[in-house]
Ligand binder design. Sequence first.
Ligand code: 2AM
Length: 175
Amino acid sequence: MGEQKRLFFGLELPDECKQQIIQWRAQTFPADAGRPVGADSLHLTLAYLGEVSAAKQQALMQLAGRIRQPPFTLTLDDAGHWPRSGVVWLGPRQAARGLLQLAELLRSQAARSGCFQSAQPFHPHVTLLRNALTPLSLPPRNFHWSLPVGRFVLFQSHFARGRTRYQEIAGWTLR
Ligand code: 2AM
């Protein structure tokens, strides 16, 4: 078997929004609350694919290229803490129908192509902190980002020198 890559479909966030989020995070959570995700790594995962062969990647990219769906708006107006996984996140209180449809389609295509898919329902989120294992008080929900989404991306996750980096390897326009 050839080399496998760790891949996932997701949404990139605009640079300006990433900068605003990291400023808000610094003002909102104490420095020892967890390990902050770097601005360049903030994203929203639509479908995690795990370790994927080159042949499976090609098949998944072909299916992604056939998706026809209009753009939608991603709202980030909720925050939460999952103490078991140590994740502090931002997400929508109510996910846009387009976001749910796109994730559902990518997740079902991935499952049919033989990628393991968790039985857990899709919970759209942008991970802000990792290793946040102790109880944390969440901020009042007085924040709101509203982001037009016209594109989704296939990312590769690289782990090197103790750091995870996400690299865009392909992208598709919503239309
Ligand atoms: P997380 O931010 O909640 O940890 C790259 O690792 C991306 O894929 C991250 O956004 C991560 O979500 C998500 N991810 C990693 N492993 C996963 C899994 N087993 N199931 C679903 N999503 C996963």
